[in-house]
Write a protein that binds this ligand. Structure first.
Ligand code: AP5
Length: 188
């Protein structure tokens, strides 16, 4: 299965990605996690990404696309993969199409996890208290939500036009959301 996960910050993409990946035996590839690991390791990639992440903005496409292209060239994606947080704008979606063409592969499904604004904000502010992620402040959360509406929502619309989009309600307990996702994926 080749799957893309979209949804606003705090919708539960990362949480559900781990569960979906385990269930279907595919690697979960989170561009946010890769960037955070590079920021922590103070690599060149991390240095390029950090200021954008801290401001709640997208890391430039040329950096992100090259990173995903490298990741999809690794052997473990042969049985499929789950992309969490990529593509995040129409340019990245076009680039992913090109990568898939080179791999002679197609996407099976794009899963959109939905959740309302108050809920995602509350989840992220709670995470700020626990994990202290630099971009989980009120101002940056607002910016990330704006970037989602302006840049990423059109990606979901693009996949909907191509008949690939499946929407799942991300409100409620984590297990309930997982059950909805599994039901929706198994029905495809
Ligand atoms: P990224 O790491 O992708 O952040 P995000 O999209 O803002 O997503 P989050 O991790 O905040 O939320 P999530 O939907 O994964 O929810 P989660 O499961 O974590 O990106 C960070 C930054 O990296 C971007 O702003 C950008 O700068 C850069 N970047 C990444 N990809 C890029 C790209 N393609 N192009 C350019 N730049 C890119 O859950 C959130 C919290 O809620 C957790 O504490 C969790 O425990 C809790 N929670 C989850 N589900 C529930 C539930 N059902 N009920 C209650 N709590 C829940």
């Amino acid at each position: 299965m080749r799957l893309v996960l979209v949804g606003p910050p705090g919708a539960g993409k990362g949480t559900q990605a781990v569960r979906i990946a385990e269930r279907y035996g595919i690697p979960a590839i989170s561009t946010g996690d890769i960037f955070r690991a590079n920021v922590k390791g103070e690599t060149e990639l991390g240095k390029k990404a950090q200021e954008f992440m801290n401001a709640g903005l997208l890391v430039p496409d040329e950096v992100t696309n090259a990173m995903v292209r490298d990741r999809l060239a690794q052997d473990d994606v042969a049985p499929g993969f789950l992309l969490d947080g990529y593509p995040r704008n129409p340019g990245q979606a076009a680039e992913l199409e090109a990568m898939l063409e080179d791999l002679e592969a197609t996407l099976d499904v794009v899963l959109e996890i939905t959740a309302d604004l108050d809920e995602v904000t509350a989840r992220l502010l709670k995470r700020a208290e626990i994990e202290g992620r630099a971009d989980d402040t009120e101002d940056v959360i607002r910016e990330r939500l704006k970037v989602y509406e302006e840049s990423t929502a059109p990606v979901a619309a693009f996949y909907a036009e191509h008949g690939l989009l499946v929407k799942v309600d991300g409100m409620g307990a984590v297990d309930e959301v997982t059950d909805r996702i599994v039901t929706a994926l198994d029905a495809r």
